[in-house]
Design a protein around this ligand. Sequence first.
Ligand code: COA
Length: 187
Amino acid sequence: MSIDDLSPDDREALLAERREEYKSFWPGPHGRRVRYAIEMFPLLQADKPRGRTLIPATRDMRLRKVVETFGKYFKQELGFDSVPFAAQRSRLYNNDPTVEVVLFDAQRVTATFPIAAGAAGLSIQDGERWLDWFWIHPFERGKGLADKAWADLEELYGKQFRIQPPLSPAMERFLTHHAVAPERWRS
Ligand SMILES: CC(C)(COP(=O)(O)OP(=O)(O)OC[C@H]1O[C@@H](n2cnc3c(N)ncnc32)[C@H](O)[C@@H]1OP(=O)(O)O)[C@@H](O)C(=O)NCCC(=O)NCCS
């Protein structure tokens, strides 16, 4: 039976039940936002990367926190068990000194300061550089930001770094389109 067919009292009772469920499902004042929202972040304290999109973020705690948030989106979107990066260094988690993280400046919205719209994490394993994860805000996908980000990554880290599996279908297509050598991403 549709909610529209209920008597006013029954409809009110059903709505009250739904409100209760909703409150406990996404607790806290920002619960719904934490669960649903995918944000970009204005970086008022960072330099605009002129002619580029990449912003080094490893050594700045404010930027590291933005990277961590994008890492959470990445985990949620692709269904991974853990977040790929933690801003706070700890003995238990992500204490690899070779880990470097970067942000990407949006191109659909622009300002005199950067607006973070994507991130990537890299590390060194067995002497080889790896791209561990790469994420672009959905509003910036299919619009060229990933292409620019890729060009910047290859400029900064060289064209040899390998790409950590498992790869999403979108990433496989992306690497194929960019003619990235298969030995860099196919195991
Ligand atoms: C992977 C990613 C960085 C590529 O950026 P992008 O802006 O989407 O790149 P492109 O526009 O070049 O699109 C890549 C290709 O994947 C396709 N694609 C996009 N989403 C897809 C999906 N969910 N499944 C399959 N293919 C998909 C696109 O259609 C495009 O192929 P086409 O040009 O033949 O149509 C971006 O999609 C992203 O951040 N995805 C979520 C995180 C992710 O998958 N990271 C990689 C983890 S290994």
